[in-house]
Design a protein around this ligand. Structure first.
Ligand SMILES: [Zn+2]
Length: 109
């Protein structure tokens, strides 16, 4: 959200970050109890078995319509959040980047 006053913008961002911190932690912990990384689109994860929950992320599968960014779903019901999570694979940050690049290269053709 752009503000004319940079200071007001910085304050708003800091405030928003603090307000949503608890929610982001809870989402991360849910990830922690799920299975590890699903790997890239073509290969298994090279970090298999050595992944900390802090590096795990949600990646929307091909064909699923991304309605929300899960980390920004604070205030939604747990059912809506779970529904969105079911559209995703849990992947590590490295595989997430590779997947995004693979899709970008595939779709550019
Ligand atoms: Zn991975």
């Amino acid at each position: 959200m752009p503000y004319a006053d940079k200071l007001v913008e910085a304050l708003w961002k800091s405030n928003h970050y603090q307000k949503t911190k608890k929610f982001r932690r809870r989402v991360k912990l849910l990830v922690f109890y799920l299975q590890g990384c699903a790997g890239t689109l073509t290969e298994k994860c090279k970090w298999q078995g050595r992944i900390s929950h802090v590096s795990l992320q949600y990646d929307h599968r091909d064909g699923e319509i991304k309605k929300y960014d899960i980390n920004r779903m604070d205030g939604h019901s747990i059912e809506t959040i779970k529904k969105e999570m079911r559209k995703c694979d849990v992947v590590c940050a490295n595989c997430h980047a590779v997947r995004t690049e693979q899709r970008r290269l595939r779709d550019a053709k």
